[in-house]
Design a protein around this ligand. Sequence first.
Ligand code: ZN
Length: 574
Amino acid sequence: MIQNTGLSDLMMADLVIINGKVITVDDNISIAQAVAVKGDKIIAVGKTDEINTLAGKRTKTFDLKGNTMLPGINDTHCHISDWALTRPPFMLDIRFPVVKSIADILQMVAEKAAVSKPGEWILGEGWDEGYLEECLADPDYKPSREILDKVASQKPVVLTEYSGHRIWVNSKALELAGITKDTADPVGGRIERSPGTGEPTGLPYEKATMPVKQLIPPWTSKQRKEALLGAIAELSSLGIVSFTDAGVDREKWACYNDVLNEQFQDGGWTCRVNMLLMLGGFGKSALGAIKEALKHVGCRYNFGNEWLKVGGAKLVADGIPPLKTAAMYEPYLDGTHGLLVTEGDTFEEQEWNLREMIKLLHGNRLQVGIHSCGERTIDICHDQYMKCIEEDPWDARHYTIHSDFTRPETVEKIGDFNRRSPYQVGLNVQSPIKWTISDFMATVVGPERAGYHWPLRTMLDSGTHVGNSSDAPVIYPDWRPGVQGAVLRESKATGKPSGPEQCVSVAEAIATYTINGAWLDHMENAKGSIEAGKFADFCIIDEDILTIDPHKIKDINILMTIAGGRVVYDSGAL
Ligand SMILES: [Zn+2]
């Protein structure tokens, strides 16, 4: 028998969430108690009494019992397709605290070497000298091919550093790649050599890693799909509802597309994915490759739907400060200035190429996000963004990715531009990485400049939209240490403050993980805050993040994650 529910019941909410502290992240960061949801959208936000009036016979009720609810978290820069494959069973997880020493890593490599097939590549990712016992005890102790040869001499071993900009390989891998002491350093790369013999030590940097990486057999499409679904499920358990996968190549795009087509109905797709395409790759002639791609593909920014879309394109302009490969005006403590990694034999040629790529993508209506960490690189990118927007105005929202050492005068210039231009530019940062490397950065640029690393206070004061992120697989995609790090700017290892004048409030830090990211995605009207009309994306946590001791933010538990009105993670504790 069909029950007659009447029209009024059909107009009721599907779900009401009541009795909580709802941090809405609206313009006033106002606090509500309850939310009503119909379909995948929020229909009302207010007090529990008001929201209860929208509950009918068929309405589900969640009682938050005083717990706190945030908008779904947005990780604005990460490489989830890569992260998915850098975890077991696909790769050895050699991140701290899984491994604490080189001895731990060697044991894992030895175990893998014992069970893998002849010729099979042994891959791992995440090692960090700053967290390895042997390197901490003796700063001169470096990972080397000889150390790896002791446990795996017949099978190639490639262990990627946490940053992705350097690899640690054994002699077999160097042999297969044809890297010897006679191999010259490529432009944009360096082969580390022993001072006495000139022999490669097994630590190629940046572009010098390519001859090895090119030999690694590609993942199968089945492996990629399995890894992606596992990764998305883990992000849901962290309260993450949106992320930008930056640097999506043909295989990665196809994989997202396949999984969406084949498995969306099964419910395993629980995150909103924004892709920045890697149209030109990293190789020689990226500009030519982009030109060629755009001859055949008419894809613009925001192609797709709320679950999978193309935001624009990603470019890589320089290296990273910890390795002294990001292009700076002021030298690193060792006197070097870093480099650009775009095509060209001189810095000027490389800059010209970078500017041409930006112009080309801008003209083709693709938003541009550029890996740029050094102050000099950041200046080039933003200068060119502004020129492009002035000459050919549209709402591109280009931004620099990482933006580590954006100079105060550059931030001011960006702020001024954003105030007078109808179309603005943005910034992306990584507060959780600041937390892990702040002590180390003092050894690279000195304590004063390290204190200015990721100047979030200065950036937010300029009124610019700043999105926060993990850059996973660089570090685990957890937003909680990011909020804590942005608020305290204390070192994870020693607790030492680094640039306390750049601290921001908890509410501001939350905005960098929610509404600001929505703006970077051109989706600030659909997500990023808890307001009527937006998607019902929520992250429910067990502490009042606004009042808790900020040192405990990283230990807050995720109770439940809701994406588009559907529970996609439930800890069972609510
Ligand atoms: Zn990245």
